[in-house]
Design a binder for this molecule. Structure first.
Ligand code: KG4
Ligand code: ZN
Length: 342
């Protein structure tokens, strides 16, 4: 089966072609430059960029996969959750494509697609679903922080999620307070290299809470108060490095501790991780160590499949089609608040 997939839930335009579990092409047009001057994603600009990028990106994805429109069996697109205008562009583009070619269409939940991106490996990248094991999956991005129990392929339930800011948002907002440019997560990680993660103590919100929920807005506020009381830290390169390392350590501690605890409690032996924050090497390292200690197998998505991409959308659509999921109606609408449990 050959699937053309489109992803436009936030600020990355993605187009991909997958065939029988293998990624033939996966292209991304990033909008980071557009949004950087505003310090965050501007929804109206994201919508316009998707409109501008999608036709040529889709053509390129087909060309680089050496696939003709007549070779396509199924079209897939992200239906939600995400920014309404951004989702609308991708969904309607994909439905129009499916309508014109008389092909079936499947609308995909963006988070459900993230759940399986850690199983995509190799060159060419392939979904290693034959190795699938029930797992606890951590999705950590700029918009979401979710812990999900994936009981079997296409069978999952949410264990916990953030009650306020996402982990990536906490990275970005703290980085901004420290004077780093958007998106702050990768910059804060770079700046934390060589810093002492124990130099300053920041709270680990909800780390001992009985639920699997997260909260990160208090941590960002703690960084703001710290800088109000110690403004000199920003003028000293070593202290600035220590500050970045200390903030990063607080975020990583919470994510790792709650993920491993949940995995032990629901008695799975595998942990998977995806989302932009999963690119963070300190998080990857801490998860590797904690999972090893707990006897858990860790699968972190490869960086290109951590961040938003259309390949994960196409692979999930193909999996669903193979499991008998019927096509989605061509007039179905976007679901900006679509819960992964719904
Ligand atoms: O998944 P993603 O590309 O987009 C969505 O939010 O859906 O994630 C972007 C988020 C941003 O908050 C960015 O700062 C964060 O992931 N991020 C990182 C790193 N790379 C990306 N945060 C910490 N360390 C990184 N290396
Ligand atoms: Zn995402």
């Amino acid at each position: 089966m050959t699937v053309l997939a489109i992803e436009t839930s936030c600020d990355e335009t993605g187009a991909a072609v997958v065939r029988n579990g293998t990624v033939l092409s996966s292209l991304i047009a990033s909008q980071i430059q557009t949004h950087a001057e505003y310090g965050g994603v501007v929804p109206e600009l994201a919508t316009r960029e998707h409109l501008h990028n999608l036709p040529s990106l889709t053509r390129l994805a087909l060309e680089s996969a050496n696939v003709q429109p007549s070779d396509i069996d199924l079209i897939a697109a992200t239906r939600g959750p995400g920014l309404p205008g951004a989702l609308l562009v991708g969904l309607k583009f994909a439905q129009g494509f499916a309508c014109a070619l008389g092909l079936p269409f499947i609308g995909i939940n963006h988070h459900e697609a993230h759940l399986y991106s850690a199983w995509v490996r190799g060159n060419p990248a392939r979904a290693e679903f034959e190795f699938f094991k029930p797992n606890v999956s951590l999705i950590v991005s700029g918009g979401h922080t979710l812990l999900v129990h994936v009981r079997a392929l296409l069978d999952h339930c949410v264990l916990g999620e953030t009650v306020d800011d996402a982990a990536g948002e906490c990275f970005d907002k703290s980085a901004r307070l420290i004077g780093l440019s958007y998106p702050g997560g990768p910059q804060l990680e770079r700046m934390a290299k060589g810093g002492n993660p124990s130099a300053y103590h920041f709270p680990r919100p909800m780390i001992e809470d009985v639920t699997d929920d997260f909260s990160f807005s208090g941590l960002k506020t703690a960084v703001a108060y710290f800088l109000r009381d110690h403004p000199d830290v920003l003028n000293d390169p070593e202290k600035r490095r220590d500050l970045c390392a200390s903030v990063q350590a607080a975020i990583v501690d919470v994510l790792v501790s709650k993920t491993v605890r949940a995995a032990k409690r629901v008695r799975v032996d595998t942990v998977t991780v995806s989302g932009g924050v999963a690119c963070n090497s300190s998080l990857r390292q801490a998860l590797t160590e904690s999972c090893q200690q707990a006897g858990l197998t860790l699968r972190v998505a490869e960086p290109v499949f951590c961040t938003d991409n259309a390949a994960m959308v196409g692979l999930l659509a193909e999996l669903k089609a193979a499991h008998g999921t019927p096509p989605t109606d061509l007039d179905v609408e976007i679901e900006p608040g679509w819960s992964i449990d719904g």
